[in-house]
Design a protein around this ligand. Structure first.
Ligand code: ATP
Length: 439
């Protein structure tokens, strides 16, 4: 029987990365076979107590059947994974060894680090995954769920049990892959040495990969900014392309690598909602009409308001850079679909992606109206108060001004922020071919 190990909440902002424990576990449990790929599962991106990307891992072990494929390498040693299992491994058999791996890496000193692991003989229901990626899960409900299907250990408040169990409950429908390359230990915390041109060359050569390089910012998005052991991660839709992709990257030595199956780039955090039914900590898809804005606020963020009967503000934050040019082009009356996460205070949708469904015609004023008596330009009486002719005293309405149809720069279609401003779970337009093709 395959057993599944789930781990979460081991790291802090000052170091480590839960994904690193995948290769540590594979090494520790090397007499067993890995079944399927190691999994990196991203959960609700709006959880306030996450460290960074709210990611948890799941690995399955047993006795593999057939020919394996290499999915991890540490130094010179390569480890494979198998599609099928004929073993009868039990959770208790490996509990202490999993604990040893977790306990030798977790960062307990950080007050927000509350590690946990599960070793489950049976998968929890996939409904747990959907709740964990889209909403809030209570620790008590997860404790009840795992009580009779294996073993678990919790450290400090043990909140990591939520992520650890949810990672095991993920039944992949849509999925992508990531190859994560790790640094030599003496480099952890030091600036990463990677050759930009090699990242660009890889990005151009292998179109099945995504989010590699931000051409707008000149930024290598494959490398994290934190002092963790990760050198870089390359994401893609084709498993076969990821090893060649990694080998194209020039820079410092790779000490180990792991291939993950992940829910990154799938939009699985999003739920279609009417504005009135949007709840806290949710990520939503909302069809609506622009009713105000856009206006720039302090910090370079752009805010506009939408309505579907109920109203809510939407914000394109400063880090979304050039995407704000699109948002700036919105006008009252445009019909759009907003994809994004809810920020509670102030309540706004943090825009992750935008579909412009239709743009309205806009009349742009080019001059005051001409007097119907003498033909001279009339004068404004005041803001929105109409016009009057100085000579004949003829009055005219505000709407009588001379206008032309404005040249709308926006056209219907999908728009997304640049690579550096995207969330792990956001589905890049590159992966949305079916939606982008005209039906
Ligand atoms: P990293 O990406 O560096 O691994 P992280 O961003 O994944 O770190 P964690 O340190 O794992 O963040 O913290 C997230 C915490 O939130 C974990 O304890 C996890 O169990 C919990 N959690 C995750 N999703 C939910 C959810 N939907 N409801 C409640 N708690 C959650």
């Amino acid at each position: 029987m395959t057993i599944a190990i789930g781990i979460d909440d081991t790291d802090s902002r000052t170091g480590m990365c839960t994904t690193f424990l995948a290769s540590e576990l594979i090494q520790e449990l090397e007499e067993y076979d890995l079944i399927g790929l190691p999994r990196l599962v991203r959960l609700n991106p709006n959880i306030p107590w996450k460290t960074r990307g709210n990611g948890a891992i799941c690995l399955r072990f047993g006795e593999g059947v057939g020919k394996g494929i290499p999915v991890c390498q540490i130094g010179e040693k390569s480890y494979s994974s198998y599609d099928e299992d004929k073993g009868d491994l039990s959770s208790r058999e490996i509990e202490d060894r999993v604990a040893k791996v977790v306990e030798s890496h977790y960062r307990l000193d950080d007050e927000n680090t509350n590690p946990a692991f599960v070793i489950l003989d049976k998968d929890p229901p996939s409904s747990l995954y959907w709740k964990a990626v889209r909403g809030i899960v209570r620790l008590e409900e997860v404790k009840d769920m795992v009580a009779h299907i294996g073993v678990h250990r919790m450290y400090k408040n043990g909140r990591g049990l939520i992520g650890a169990t949810s990672a095991v409950s993920w039944k992949p429908k849509d999925f992508t892959y990531e190859i994560t390359a790790y640094r030599k230990r003496d480099k952890w915390g030091a600036p990463r040495e990677l050759v930009k041109d090699s990242v660009i060359a890889m990005d151009k050569k292998l179109p099945s990969t995504f989010n590699n390089y931000d051409y707008e910012e000149g930024h290598m998005a494959i490398a994290p900014n934190s002092p963790c052991p990760v050198l870089f991660g390359i994401r893609g839709d084709s498993l076969e392309d990821l090893l060649p992709a990694m080998s194209m990257i020039k820079g410092e030595e790779i000490q180990r690598w792991t291939l993950f199956l992940t829910n990154q780039g799938t939009d699985e955090h999003l739920v279609r909602r009417t504005i009135g039914s949007i709840g806290a900590y949710e990520s939503v898809i909302a069809d609506a009409e622009v009713v105000a804005g856009p206006r720039m606020i302090q910090g370079g963020h752009l805010v506009f308001r939408i309505s579907d009967g109920d109203e809510i503000d939407c914000t394109a934050y400063e880090p979304s850079k050039g995407f704000r040019t699109i948002v700036k082009g919105l006008r009252v009356g445009d019909r759009i679909t907003v994809y994004g996460s809810i920020r509670e205070d102030p309540k706004t949708i943090n825009v992750e992606k935008l579909q412009i469904r239709s743009v309205v015609e806009v009349d742009e004023k080019i001059g005051n109206p001409k007097c119907p008596e003498c033909g001279k330009r009339m004068k404004s009486v005041g803001t929105n108060a109409g016009y009057r002719c100085r000579g004949c005293h003829t009055q005219s309405e505000e709407g009588d001004a001379e206008t032309v149809k404005a040249d709308r720069t926006l056209s219907p279609g999908f728009y997304e922020p640049p690579v550096s401003a995207r969330r792990h779970l956001s589905r890049p337009l590159k992966r949305m071919k079916s939606e982008l093709e005209p039906s």
